[in-house]
Design a protein around this ligand. Sequence first.
Ligand SMILES: [Zn+2]
Length: 113
Amino acid sequence: MRTPDERRKILRERVASWARRLNVQPRQVRVQRMTRKWGSYSTAGVVTLAADLADQNLDFQDFVIVHELLHLRVPNHGKLFKALLTAHVPAWQTYQRTKAKRPTPTNESAAKR
Ligand SMILES: [Zn+2]
């Protein structure tokens, strides 16, 4: 099990390397506990990632990171967004399903359903 600091470091480094490749610059990268999503993006340029994304496989991490970073260029999920996503993460549709499964059901959320 990784410590919160390790997770933050892992994700920040991955974001930094993808930001260079995609030629974008998030104003801020936050890594925090998120239970319903893996990542989010605000129009103010803040990318937020779920801390436990650091424990997922690398391809999935890249998919979530690239998705959020691409929003710095394209604010929606239209044709251009999908084309860019396909260019950088060709198998993104596979990960899309994994992403949609969030949250991992816990007793609490299962009871609420
Ligand atoms: Zn999105």
